[in-house]
Design a protein around this ligand. Structure first.
Ligand SMILES: [Zn+2]
Length: 283
């Protein structure tokens, strides 16, 4: 079985020098390819280096949670990197970009407008450089969709991934209509995540991709409850090698075989991020 982890922060400090070993462990479990999104200008080199070292791919962008500390020239520097590496086959998207209305400071001015300005400017850069986008969606789906609709009114459709999707069925349909795939990961492994599990089960198979978002969003078998943490147990660290087990949950929810899910989600990832095809990500 060969899987694509469409969202994995392999350069995160939690992995540190173990990143290579963790990637190798995932490969043994059947994870053929990892997409490594950047979060700010300061980690552009790190994601590119890791992607090249591991035969993986990367995205460049400023994540909404990193907008507050972004330098004034962050967008200009993104553009310079997109230009300098435009022929790098491992650069597969602009990301991780988006809007976050979960964090209280980001809902208020001036950060509310600033993150929206970053999002829109980065969408425009993606169109200018002919790249898909990888979106961070947290209580922000309608606003994200509004900008996507605005910018695609004239010109080509979008492609890309709404990562760690956790919106409504109506919002899911609208992302799909605009050309996006929806990313599912560790959150679907929790039995109480009824709405999310229902989506993972009922959305068209051709609209789903799989991801871990490692080291974040641990699946339930790694998750330490507040009570366990209070007793001294650390929060479990997610890693790309968990993808096959997460996938097994999704396959079970949908009542299909893991083989069928692997084939479909791999094809979907290649459609969302077309440069993956030339990298042999499908195995
Ligand atoms: Zn992420």
């Amino acid at each position: 079985m060969r899987w694509i982890d469409t969202h994995c922060h392999l350069d995160a400090w939690e992995f540190g020098p173990q990143a290579k070993e963790i990637r190798a462990r995932a490969a043994i479990k059947g994870v053929a390819h990892c997409v490594i999104p950047a979060v700010e200008v300061g980690n552009f080199e790190a994601v590119r280096t890791l992607a090249h070292a591991g035969g993986d791919s990367y995205c460049l962008g400023t994540h909404p949670l990193y907008v507050p500390r972004a330098a004034p020239d962050a967008l200009a520097r993104l553009e310079a990197h997109l230009l300098a590496h435009r022929d790098d086959p491992r650069l597969v998207a602009v990301g991780e970009i988006g809007l976050d209305y979960f964090v209280p400071e980001l809902q208020q001015e001036p950060l509310r407008t600033l993150q929206e300005d970053f999002y829109r400017a980065q969408l425009q850069l993606a169109r200018q450089y002919g790249l898909p986008v990888v979106l961070h969606v947290r209580r922000s789906a309608d606003r994200l969709l509004k900008h996507l609709r605005d910018l695609s009114r004239h010109g080509p459709a979008w492609s890309g991934i709404a990562h760690a999707f956790n919106g409504s069925a109506v919002q899911a349909q609208e992302f799909i209509r605009l050309g996006f795939k929806l990313g599912f990961g560790g959150a679907v492994t929790f039995e109480r995540a009824l709405q999310l599990r229902h989506l993972a089960q009922s959305l068209p198979l051709e609209s789903i991709v799989l991801e871990t978002d490692a080291p974040d969003i641990p699946p339930h078998w790694l998750y330490a409850t507040a009570q366990q943490r209070a007793a001294g147990q650390p929060q479990g660290r997610n890693e790309p090698g968990e993808l096959p087990r997460i996938a097994a949950v999704v396959a079970h929810l949908r009542g299909i075989s893991v083989d069928a899910l692997a084939a479909a989600t791999t094809a979907n990832a290649l459609q969302a991020l077309p440069r993956l095809a030339a990298l042999g990500a499908a195995g």
